[in-house]
Ligand binder design. Structure first.
Ligand SMILES: [Zn+2]
Length: 392
């Protein structure tokens, strides 16, 4: 996705000034859909070429994997019935498997499934009974691994990982001694190590078994995709801005390449409205006082290209430890002007507070006015305290 955006950006810069291929689309915005708490009732079985996602536990949410599959348009369903899952050639076992996940009969079923040509992809498997399915001798848990380095192997799942930034992925910044849990494997000699962690243990294993293949990842998509996307990562990015950082996309692209290589006649569903090949979303962050003046320059420039963008604003109406308030007067006038020109206005939150990371992660439904929630005053007080504590 990042690649597509980068390419488009380049072609926009080098293309003719009046690029007739660029035009604003009228895309209806649907109301927020609240997903079901039970992924197996939300993502149901409907045809043979779907990837079966076998949910092994409710301890970790399924969003990490269902989000990645949806983003890539890979058809899938979620089930807690192993027999149902094994009727499909491609099976993801998620979020993992320990000694209590499968009985011996189910282990044999999985083994047979791969032998007969199926492909099983799993994460954080520590069950001793599954060692021969995935080809590992040991699994060593640790929170002190910070990088994944793909080897010079050329497995089909690495098909899209062809840039240096994609061959080595940072999981978290080294200044955090401990980040999230990973499992570092050692191969038992029957599997190939596709990628290593920085401590030399295996991060991704592949084993050919009979006429099928199994893959094992010593990490969770929750940590390497979702965590980054919601900014709850341990500063996993190598650059702050204006650089190619595929740290999350690598895992999504590996999933896509696995599906395309292992599923004969693989078909991906279109993920862009109106069956378009690609989409470019132009947006601007209007998140401090000096962001307001360039609004008119950007809108004027985009008008000449016949495109419309979204200005994501903060409704910052109070001054705090970060900066002065800016939602008034000329700033409002600029916004009214671009709104009248047909640009859209979105929310870049109320405020950039240094206290936000002290808050509990909500369900997205809390309001400031709720008595149990933090009010604006608390927010500012917290922000001040954090600031003064830092300067001491
Ligand atoms: Zn911002």
């Amino acid at each position: 996705m990042l690649v597509i955006l980068a390419l488009l950006a380049v072609s926009c810069r080098t293309g003719a000034r009046q690029d007739t291929n660029l035009h604003a689309a009228e895309v209806p915005v649907h109301p927020l859909v609240h997903s079901s708490a039970d992924p197996s009732s939300e993502f149901v079985e409907s045809f043979a070429m779907q990837v079966a996602v076998f949910q092994t536990s409710e301890e970790e949410g399924m969003l990490g994997v269902v989000h990645a599959l949806s983003e890539m348009g890979i058809p899938f369903f979620v089930t807690r019935d192993l027999d149902q899952a094994l009727r499909h050639s491609l099976v993801i076992v998620y979020p993992g498997a320990n000694g209590a996940t499968f009985n011996s009969q189910q282990v044999s079923q999985l083994n047979l499934h791969v032998h007969n040509g199926g492909s099983v992809l799993s994460f954080n498997v520590v069950a001793g009974a599954l060692k021969s399915v995935f080809g590992f001798r040991d699994a060593i848990p640790s929170r002190r691994r910070h990088r994944v380095i793909f080897n010079a192997s050329s497995d089909p799942i690495e098909r899209y990982l062809n840039r240096p930034e994609e061959r080595e992925v940072q999981l978290g910044n080294l200044r955090y001694e401990e980040i999230f849990w990973t499992n570092g494997y050692s191969s038992d000699g029957t599997s190939e190590v596709l990628a290593n962690f920085d401590d030399g243990t295996a991060a991704v294993l592949r084993k050919k078994l009979g006429s099928g293949t199994s893959y094992l990842f010593g990490l969770s998509f929750q940590d390497v995709i979702l965590r980054n996307q919601i900014n709850h990562d341990y500063d996993a990015e190598r650059h702050y801005a204006n650089a190619f950082e595929p740290g999350s996309d690598v895992w999504i692209l590996a999933l896509r390449a696995w599906y395309e290589s292992a599923q004969p006649g693989a078909v991906r569903l279109g993920t862009i409205p109106n069956a378009k090949q690609s989409v470019l979303l132009l947006s601007h962050d209007v998140d401090w006082e000096n962001s307001f003046d360039p609004i008119l320059e950007f809108s004027a420039m985009e008008e000449t290209q016949h495109v419309k963008s979204t200005f994501f604003i903060q409704t910052k109406y109070v001054s705090d430890a970060n900066s002065a308030s800016f939602f008034f007067g000329k700033n409002l006038a600029n916004l009214r002007k671009v709104k009248a020109q047909g640009f859209s206005i979105g929310s870049h939150s109320v405020i950039h507070s240094r206290g936000f990371n002290k808050f509990e992660l909500g369900a997205g439904e809390q309001r400031l006015s709720q008595p149990t929630g933090h009010g604006v005053r608390d927010l500012i007080a917290l922000s001040m305290r954090t600031c003064s504590a830092r300067s001491e």
